[in-house]
Design a binder for this molecule. Structure first.
Ligand SMILES: Nc1ncnc2c1ncn2[C@@H]1O[C@H](COP(=O)(O)OP(=O)(O)OP(=O)(O)O)[C@@H](O)[C@H]1O
Ligand SMILES: [Mg+2]
Length: 288
């Protein structure tokens, strides 16, 4: 269950906004894509998922389990997104339908994947809500998105992505809209869920401190190109490119600080955190 992106290019209006990116996510690995605003992170994710905006064209190769998925028909891609690859985006409001209860929406995610009755789907939604640590799951499923906090909405979006039991989760700045303490909670939850399920993760952020909480390896992007890659602990210890140095300077000090690394977070001293998903070690050791 690996993802291999090779020489990916995305052109919009004749401009190469992603300009030959290659990286690999072995089974169970947690890889971060990091770079400043406009470096091509989101378009890379959207190209992998087959969700590029109109007028954008992708070339190169995206292989999921040795199957080429770049350029697959929409129907096949939609199935892949429901079955194998889950996604969480930056702004949970856009992922959630304001007119439906969160229980119905999580339940729909279950139903995309499995043929179950609406009643059973709602029962599963309660379980999924509990899994992402939403308070009082039985009651929260009957609420509408606007009746939840930002952090709770993001947990709902994560629950929806994970309800299909994907093998790979792509999360694009899933906590950027949240304040720092809520952010830390959502990040550690995300990491635990991914680790426990032995899932692979592609995590997108512009914040190296956030990245260190969830990923073991990173790919640093600048102007649509890879400028540095390696283990997160190594990038934190000895960043080589000017952009990585700048990202390290700008990293959220409250989430991660060299003198006070969070104990169970993905930190330089313990980049994988305390518990490691079974079978993940070998994959994690490889450089993406
Ligand atoms: N729909 C679009 N039409 C034209 N240009 C676009 C479009 N979407 C993105 N771009 C351009 O492509 C480049 C990469 O955009 P992308 O959204 O991938 O950046 P990013 O790294 O995700 O940035 P951010 O951190 O701000 O989310 C940017 O220069 C952006 O202006
Ligand atoms: Mg983006």
């Amino acid at each position: 269950m690996s993802l291999r992106v090779t020489d990916l290019r995305v052109e919009i209006g004749g401009r190469a906004v992603v300009d030959g990116i290659s990286f690999e996510v072995p089974d169970g690995a947690r890889v971060g894509l990091i770079g400043e605003s406009g470096s091509g992170k989101s378009l890379t994710a959207l190209a992998i998922l087959g969700l590029l905006p109109d007028g954008a064209r992708a070339t190169g190769s995206v292989r999921w389990n040795d199957r080429e998925i770049l350029g697959l028909p929409d129907r096949d891609l939609a199935r892949l997104r429901g079955d194998d690859i889950g996604m969480v985006f930056q702004e949970p409001r856009t992922a959630l339908n304001p007119l439906h209860t969160v229980g119905r929406q999580i339940g729909e995610s279950v139903r995309i994947h499995e043929r179950v009755s609406r009643r059973e789907a709602l029962r599963r939604a309660v379980a999924e809500a509990g899994r992402v640590a939403l308070p009082d799951p039985e009651r929260i499923v009957s609420r509408y998105p606007h009746q939840l906090s930002g952090g709770q909405r993001q947990r709902v979006a994560i629950a929806m992505a994970l309800a299909c039991r994907p093998r790979l989760l792509i999360a694009d700045e899933p906590t950027t809209a949240l304040d720092v303490t809520i952010q830390a909670g959502v990040l550690s939850l995300l990491r635990e869920l991914v680790q426990d399920a032995g899932m692979s993760l592609v995590f997108i952020t512009h914040d190296l401190a956030v990245l260190a909480q969830v990923a073991t390896h990173a790919v640093v992007l600048e102007h649509g190109r890879v400028v540095e890659r390696g283990e997160v602990s190594e990038l934190l210890r000895a960043p080589s490119s000017p952009i990585t140095k700048a990202l390290l300077r700008d990293a959220t000090a409250t989430l991660w600080h060299p003198e006070h690394p969070g104990r169970d977070a993905g930190t330089p001293t313990n980049p994988r955190g305390p518990s490691r998903a079974h079978g993940e070690a070998a994959a994690g050791e490889e450089t993406p």
